[in-house]
Each structure stands twice: as structure tokens, then as C-alpha cells.
Write a protein that binds this ligand. Structure first.
Ligand SMILES: Nc1nc2c(ncn2[C@@H]2O[C@H](COP(=O)(O)OP(=O)(O)OP(=O)(O)O)[C@@H](O)[C@H]2O)c(=O)[nH]1
Ligand SMILES: [Mg+2]
Length: 348
């Protein structure tokens, strides 16, 4: 997973470390190089004795020099220049420009104007990268189990771009909740795309679940409303509501989504994002979040995702937690997202 992002991040960290180390002269160099200007100074200062006796004065000079070489002070320009060489690669790994700028600013904040011992520079750079990435992907937690305990039935709406994996994710989450002894019902509120209702019914049949459906073209808000009433009357724990895939630019479908939310006031609105989405992920996430307001994210297709940057970009843009990642087409191919192990894996 994420081989490309891992490679690019590794290049970034190691490149910056090398940049520091490349400037570090070998042990003997300072001793050989620096005395050259020294005798001149000594001769100017003490013209009388013909034999220069620089020994006592050289000591402090060498010490100062040694210190300069042992320590590195970063400049903002250096970090800008360094990032200019990396930017394309990081963008190719689906890391949004905003995120790259954030990491750059964070590195500047941590490093610029600070005397860093050369031997420690590598660790400091790595730690800074790690902290910045972790901050970005740690956006709190949505504990669906706890929410189900507190409210019955819990209404969860899944929304997102066409083909992002909403319907499959609903089936996976239904299975996961059933394994924990919960009783879900599915709401076929994608009344727009051909065969969408049958697709959900196939999953429901396999899982042994009920589906509440209306006809194609019906009001999706009404479907979810009925599913909630059904769950209430049957004592079910959770309504998992599908919705039609839509582009964030489609005004009518975004209005429809707003109506679904207005009528049903879902407890959770989960944006399902295809992790293979390129740099458009920022725009997608921003529009859904600003127009509808999301509570959490699911990033799908991680199993076929070599780039991986989209997960970081989605978190950075929405400031919402990734609840789960989809890791395949089977029902058990869903994992709770763990920010710390995600970042550790990226930088190891
Ligand atoms: N490899 C892989 N494929 C996935 C994953 N999640 C979903 N898919 C596949 O992605 C395709 C689209 O999934 P759907 O669940 O139909 O997506 P959707 O968002 O409901 O699509 P629309 O209803 O058309 O908007 C299907 O072929 C799924 O099997 C995943 O985590 N990994
Ligand atoms: Mg669907």
C-alpha cells in the first residue's frame, strides 16, 4: 500500500537530511582549512615578533569553527528551494499542494533559525515530518458503536462522488455491525442510478438484512424517513442509508442531498471517497463538507492505491476523521483507520 507516497516521503526526509550532511566537512577538514586565514590575522595583530606564535589564539578559533561545523542553522530559503525540487513528486503521490505547503511551513517553523547539531538533524527532520503528518490525519474519532448505544435507531447517511464505493461500504459496515450483535436496516435512497436498488438488495440478501425501498425516481428523503420509522417500530439499531453518487458541481443533486439532511437529520454523514482520486480530492471533500457538512470519511480502494496522498489531503481539507478504509471488494475488507500506524508505516 502507498508505495509511491512512501517513496516520495522517504526521498523528502532523506533529501533534507543529506542536504544538511553534504555540507558537513570531514573531521580533518576544519583543522586544515581554517588555519589559512588565521596566521594573517595573527601577523597583523602582532607585527613585532618575527616568529608567529599562534598556538594560544588558535584554540578558541578552532573551537568556534568546530562548533559551526557541528551545528546547522536552516534558512527559510533553503527549505523553499529544497521543496521546489520535491513538489512534483509529492503531487504525483496525490498529496495536495495545500498539504505540501503546510508541511513546508511546519518544517520552517521547527527548523529555521535554530541551531541544530548535525548528528541530530536527521532525527529532528524525521520527527517533524512525522508530527506534521500525524497532526493532519488525527482529526478526532467517531465512535459508531458508542453512538449506537446512545441512540436507537442511529441514522447514518453515506454520500459522495459517483462510484466512490458508497454501496459497497454500506454492506461492509452492515456486516461489521452485525458481527458485533447490532441490527441494521438498509435504506435504498439512491433512486437515481439504474440498478442501484437491486445492487443494494443483492447485498442485503447475502447478509440477511432488510431493505426499505421506493420506486426509481422517488424522493430519497422519503425512503430514509420510512427506513427510520421501520427501524423504530422493529427495534433495530441503525439505518444505513445509501444515496446516489453525485458530483459536487451538480446543483440539483446537491440540493437533493440537502433535503435528505433537512428531513432526516442524520446522526452521521459519512463522505465516501475513492482514494484513487487525484488532486481533485481537495475540491470534492471541500464542496461536500461546506454544502452538506460531514462528520467523517471513509477512504476506499486502499488495496489498489499506490499513491496514498489522498487520505492525507482529505483529512487536511475536511478536518474530519477517517473512520474506515476500504481494502478490497469482500465484506471483511474494511479496517478502522489508525492515524499513528498509518504515519509510522509511511515513514518507516
Ligand atoms: N478494490 C476495491 N474496490 C472497491 C472498494 N470499495 C468499493 N470498490 C469497488 O468500487 C466499485 C464501485 O463501488 P460502489 O459501492 O458501487 O460505489 P458507489 O459509490 O455506490 O457507486 P454509485 O452508486 O454508482 O455512485 C465496485 O466495483 C466496488 O466493488 C475497495 O475498498 N477496494
Ligand atoms: Mg451506489
Amino acid at each position: 500500500m502507498f508505495a509511491i507516497l512512501k517513496k516520495k516521503l522517504k526521498q523528502s526526509v532523506e533529501g533534507l537530511v543529506k542536504k544538511v550532511e553534504r555540507e558537513e566537512p570531514k573531521e580533518e577538514v576544519p583543522v586544515k582549512e581554517k588555519p589559512k586565514p588565521e596566521p594573517k590575522k595573527v601577523v597583523e595583530k602582532i607585527p613585532e615578533p618575527p616568529e608567529p606564535a599562534p598556538a594560544p589564539e588558535e584554540k578558541p578559533e578552532r573551537k568556534g569553527l568546530f562548533k559551526r561545523i557541528k551545528e546547522k542553522e536552516f534558512s527559510g530559503k533553503e527549505i523553499d528551494e529544497f521543496f521546489a525540487t520535491l513538489e512534483t513528486g509529492l503531487l504525483q503521490a496525490n498529496l495536495a499542494l495545500e498539504v505540501i505547503d503546510y508541511i513546508k511551513a511546519g518544517l520552517k517553523h521547527a527548523l529555521v533559525g535554530r541551531q541544530v547539531k548535525r548528528g541530530e538533524a536527521g532525527n529532528l527532520i524525521k520527527e517533524t515530518f512525522e508530527r506534521l503528518l500525524l497532526d493532519t490525519v488525527s482529526q478526532g474519532e467517531v465512535d459508531i458503536d458508542k453512538m449506537i448505544k446512545e441512540k436507537k435507531p442511529l441514522t447514518v447517511l453515506f454520500l459522495g462522488f459517483n462510484g466512490s464505493g458508497k454501496t459497497t461500504t454500506i454492506a461492509k459496515i452492515a456486516r461489521m455491525l452485525m458481527d458485533r450483535g447490532k441490527k441494521p436496516v438498509l435504506a435504498a435512497a439512491d433512486t437515481f442510478r439504474a440498478a442501484s436498488i437491486e445492487q443494494l438488495e443483492v447485498h442485503a440478501k447475502r447478509l440477511g438484512l432488510g431493505v426499505i425501498k421506493h420506486k426509481y425516481g422517488a424522493d430519497p428523503a422519503a425512503v430514509i424517513f420510512d427506513a427510520r420509522k421501520h427501524a423504530e417500530s422493529k427495534g433495530l439499531d441503525v439505518v444505513l442509508a445509501d444515496s446516489a453518487g453525485r458530483m459536487h458541481t451538480n446543483v440539483n443533486l446537491m440540493d437533493e442531498l440537502r433535503k435528505i439532511v433537512r428531513v432526516n437529520n442524520p446522526d452521521l454523514k459519512i463522505l465516501v471517497v475513492d482514494s484513487l482520486t487525484g488532486n481533485d480530492v481537495v475540491q470534492q471533500v471541500r464542496e461536500f463538507n461546506e454544502n452538506i457538512g460531514i462528520d467523517g470519511l471513509v477512504l476506499t480502494k486502499m488495496d489498489v492505491n499506490e499513491k496514498g496522498g489522498s487520505i492525507i489531503s482529505a483529512c487536511y481539507t475536511s478536518k474530519k476523521p477517517v473512520m474506515f478504509i476500504g481494502t478490497g471488494q469482500e465484506y471483511d475488507c474494511i479496517e478502522k483507520f489508525e492515524p499513528a500506524s498509518f504515519v509510522k508505516n509511511l515513514l518507516e
